[in-house]
Design a protein around this ligand. Structure first.
Ligand SMILES: Nc1ncnc2c1ncn2[C@@H]1O[C@H](COP(=O)(O)OP(=O)(O)OP(=O)(O)O)[C@@H](O)[C@H]1O
Ligand SMILES: [Mg+2]
Length: 479
């Protein structure tokens, strides 16, 4: 389902908000919140106060004009225009926001006014009040601000009309002052708000920063860091929970390490016992069984030579052939269990024998280079390398369908390196399932000696096994 534009916009806003730090978020909320509150308040207040002041200005203007109309009646009736003008001037002087005042006769002719030089054209006819009306108000822009023009009929219009103009300038000035005060208060509140927010951010982020650093350390496997409980609030509880978790993790890690040590010791014991047992059986087969079989063969040969009975001689020959086969099988079994050459002559000779036998049996060409210098490797390293190479070659014969294999064993400064490379079908990592023991066993043997084994392979391009096992540095032994 495609998302609407609104949903996309929301998702984008959420991404942007999510990307900024908590500090920016809190500061942003304070700034936006304060500004929105004060701008809304300022606008609302401005509108209300303007409306109220305008109403007051208009009603004050009406009462001034009505008072003027009442007081002007006598002067107009006696045609005393001097006093009439004086009355207008006085009215203007008593009310600073009255910017002009004038009186018209019933025909609209100006009887007196407060304009020094010249009466503005069109002003007289701009606002007209019916004799029956109480007053009439006109709001117009004079070019220097809004003006309320109020007309009131004098003596029901029979004597004329009184007009005054009230300027809104004073109101505008007051509103400007009010708005400025609101804005100043806003800035003040904003500064206080930001200081409070910065303090809040500091209070919140300080333990969080510490928690992040401690969590990173835990992720690296270091369970020692503990965080301070800064306050008795939710973050304090989080710190307690974190500390409890790291203590538990440290305890579990300790148990895991102890178990790992035990497992390794057990494994080393099992492998050593297995090798000892193999060595013992192999020796037994080689030294006893094979010797006895050889004696048997010699006896059968003697029988064949000294016996005159042709039937017995044929049987003796058959038995000799069978005994010879059994002898070879015993040799093979003894060799596979543990070649005596490994104990007696060392790894290079044992690998040479192993490769030779394997090549003969599997009909796959092997190119082997063993470069270990004069001195023998530690016995457990020799055994591990021999077993790893033995399993690697078994795997090649069982799975790889390779035409050739190369085996390299080389001693370097602080390690011995073995590489077994075939040009077979390659290895799929999915084949290294948990129920398979060969590869896992090879890796285990290398790791027990603090070494490692890596496999490089791609379908169709063969498989390479790299084994590295550290050995103590011995001067003059690196070839
Ligand atoms: N040289 C190789 N070329 C191709 N595939 C290989 C090679 N070596 C191992 N494999 C694949 O990796 C799998 C795992 O090998 P591993 O030696 O662990 O088990 P396995 O030989 O099948 O059984 P075992 O536990 O008896 O050794 C094999 O089943 C095989 O599919
Ligand atoms: Mg295998």
């Amino acid at each position: 389902m495609t998302k609407s534009y609104g949903e996309n916009l929301l998702a984008r806003i959420w991404i942007v908000i999510g990307a900024v730090s908590v500090r920016v978020k809190i500061m942003g909320i304070v700034i936006i919140g304060t500004l929105m509150l004060s701008v809304t308040l300022a606008l609302q207040m401005r509108a209300s106060v303007t409306r109220l002041m305008n109403q007051q200005l208009e009603s004050r203007g009406i009462s001034i004009t009505r008072d003027l109309a009442a007081r002007a009646t006598d002067e107009i009736l006696v045609n005393d225009f001097y006093d009439l003008r004086q009355l207008l001037v006085e009215t203007q002087a008593n009310n600073p926001d009255v910017i002009y005042a004038f009186v018209l006769d019933p025909n609209g002719n100006i009887l007196a006014h407060t304009f020094g030089e010249g009466f503005p054209v069109g002003l007289a006819s701009a606002n007209w009040v019916e004799p029956t009306q109480h007053h009439h108000t006109l709001l117009f822009d004079s070019g220097q601000g809004l003006v309320w023009d109020i007309a009131v009929p004098i003596f029901n219009g029979r004597v004329g009309t009184a007009r005054i103009g009230l300027s809104e300038a004073a109101i505008a000035k007051n509103i400007f002052i009010l708005t400025s005060q609101v804005l100043l208060t806003t800035i003040f509140v904003l500064v206080i708000g930001l200081i409070a927010a910065a303090f809040l951010v500091y209070l919140v982020s300080r333990p969080i920063t510490e928690l992040v650093a401690a969590t990173r350390a835990v992720a690296q496997g270091d369970f020692t860091p503990r965080v301070r409980r800064w306050a008795d609030d939710e973050i304090g509880e989080l710190a307690d929970a974190f500390n409890a978790m790291t203590s538990e993790l440290a305890r579990s890690d300790e148990i895991r390490r102890e178990r790992e040590v035990l497992r390794r010791q057990l494994l080393e014991g099992v492998i050593a016992a297995q090798e000892d047992e193999r060595r013992r059986i192999s020796r037994e087969l080689h030294d006893s069984t094979a010797q006895n079989l050889t004696s048997l063969m010699v006896g059968l040969k003697n029988m064949d030579t000294i016996c005159d009975n042709a039937q017995v001689r044929v049987q003796a020959q058959d038995l000799r052939a069978i005994t010879g086969q059994v002898l070879e099988d015993v040799h093979n079994i003894a060799f596979q269990l543990r070649p005596t050459v490994l104990d007696d002559l060392g790894l290079p000779a044992a690998i040479e024998r192993l490769v030779h036998e394997w090549q003969k049996r599997c009909q796959i060409s092997v190119d082997s280079v063993v470069h270990l210098g004069g001195k023998r490797l530690p016995e457990n390293v020799e055994t591990a390398l021999y077993r790893i190479i033995q399993e690697a070659l078994t795997n090649v014969s069982r799975h790889a369908h390779a035409r050739s294999v190369s085996v390299l064993v080389e001693r370097r400064t602080n390690e011995v390196v073995a590489v077994v490379e075939d040009n077979g079908k390659g290895l799929d990592p999915a084949d290294l399932a948990v129920d398979r023991l060969g590869v896992a066993g090879m890796r285990e043997r290398a790791e027990l000696l603090s070494g490692k084994m890596t496999i490089e392979s791609a379908p169709g391009s063969g498989t390479s096994l790299f084994i590295q096992i550290p050995i103590p540095y011995t001067e003059g032994e690196n070839a």
